[in-house]
Design a protein around this ligand. Structure first.
Ligand code: HEC
Length: 407
């Protein structure tokens, strides 16, 4: 994952957000599709139930009220009435409705393979309803069936042959299977078929519309988030890093990160940096000021003065020291003071002893030394050693050097 860590913040953010978007989009598409499929299935089921109920109620009603009318008018047979009424009502609708029975009297009411299966299941169990989307000639068809149970009134014509009206006996011989039903038995079923093509088309349209809105919303969120993150995070961070880069290359401590006064985390970071720079600028100025004050002070001295570190490296010197050693200030800084004394190693050892015991402040001693000038000329001097400062436990020493010949 280092390649990812190396990416720019903006790219990282875009990558994460767009993969999130794609996942969300796929999830929404899947969920919407599932919901829409369920919705059209519910619509088809509702339709099937209504039609079946209407047919069963009509058949029951007709069966209850009919006397010997069908004798003269076959169109008044309860099932015939119910089917015709249902057909007229369903005209122009997309469903087909029939009444079927395993013991059909009218060949038009012969059940197909699917219906036979359902009718057998209805007879075997008390289940009175079944529905399913099945494939017929490659297209999905919603099949709904509801059982019709034999009521007492039905037995007038579906009971024994002997008790059936004459016109029934005439048409259907005694061994016809449509006789001898008992109350509660499954006489047949209402069967509704509804091609799903148009409903599925609707699913497609709804899905496209829903996805269009959702993708639109998601994209809007993406853009707004992008703008906000760029504005409140990436831009301030970029300007901070540019400022820090400028400070390190130019050394200009007056640089500040240009920022609007915000109190959020990024704002705090920027303010913190700016405050730190101000503090640094202040202390640097103070240090420079005190350095130049010290320099002025030692220049007024009648003796040569050299300030050096424990290892002898020269940090500050005055003009007298420079002329005594015959070196310019530039040459002198960074040189090791001990190298310019005949017994320099001795001096070095004494300083080291003080430092080892941590007794820098006790150092205050004057000794005669022989100084070697740049051109090798020896000159006798009197050297006084004192502790110059001890900041952060880094001791600095000052050597006050007087020409022993003069004094
Ligand atoms: C007046 C006599 C009569 C009564 C009462 C009657 N039926 Fe029927 N039924 C018939 C006849 C006749 C047919 C055949 C109609 C045709 O040829 O289309 C039939 C057909 C059916 C069918 C269609 C299957 C087939 O056999 O073709 C069903 C289902 C049915 N009846 C159920 C019932 C139910 C349920 C009741 C009681 C609520 C009932 N019938 C009452 C005479 C009757």
């Amino acid at each position: 994952m280092t390649w990812f860590a190396d990416l720019k913040l903006n790219t990282k953010f875009n990558l994460i957000l767009s993969s999130l978007l794609i996942c969300l989009f796929l999830l929404t598409a899947f969920l919407t599709y599932r919901d829409q499929r369920q919705l059209v299935l519910d619509i088809a089921l509702e339709q099937g139930r209504n039609v079946a109920r209407q047919i069963i109620v009509t058949t029951d009603y007709m069966s209850d009220v009919v006397r010997d009318e069908p004798e003269n008018n076959f169109a008044l047979v309860p099932q015939v009435v119910a089917t015709q009424v249902a057909k007229r009502i369903s005209e122009g609708n997309r469903y087909f409705v029939r009444q079927v029975s395993l013991t059909y009297r009218n060949p038009d009411n012969r059940p197909d393979a699917y219906e036979v299966e359902q009718l057998k299941a209805f007879s075997a169990t008390s289940e009175g309803e079944s529905y399913q989307v099945i494939k017929e000639n490659g297209a999905g068809v919603f099949r709904y069936m509801q059982s019709m149970l034999a009521e007492k009134s039905c037995l007038k014509c579906h009971g024994s042959y002997e008790s059936a009206p004459f016109f029934i006996q005439q048409r259907f011989p005694p061994d016809h299977p449509s006789y001898n039903y008992k109350v509660g038995q499954v006489l047949g079923a209402v069967s509704v078929s509804r091609p799903m093509a148009d409903l599925y088309r609707e699913v497609g349209t709804n899905l496209r519309r829903e996805l269009f809105y959702r993708v639109g919303t998601l994209a809007l969120v993406f853009v707004v988030m992008g703008i906000l993150i760029r504005r409140f995070m990436i831009n301030p961070i970029q300007s901070a890093s540019a400022t820090i880069h400028r400070v390190t290359t130019t050394g200009n401590l007056g640089e500040r990160i240009p920022a609007k006064a915000s109190r959020d985390e990024v704002g705090q970071l920027i303010n913190g940096f700016n405050e730190m720079m101000a503090e640094l600028e202040r202390t640097t100025l103070q240090r420079q000021e005190s350095e130049s004050r010290y320099q002025r002070l030692i220049e007024t001295s009648q003796s040569a003065i050299v300030t050096f570190l424990e290892n002898g490296k020269i940090v500050i010197s005055n003009q007298l020291a420079e002329s005594l050693l015959g070196l310019s200030r530039h040459e002198l800084l960074g040189e090791t003071l001990f190298d310019y004394f005949e017994n320099g190693q001795d001096l070095k050892q004494r300083i080291a002893d003080y430092c080892r015991d941590g007794k820098w402040h006790e150092i205050s001693e004057t000794s005669r030394q022989r100084l070697l000038q740049k051109d090798g000329q020896p000159i006798d001097v009197e050297v006084t050693l004192v502790l110059a400062s001890n900041l952060d436990h880094v001791p600095m020493f000052t050597a006050i050097i007087k020409d022993a010949g003069i004094s």
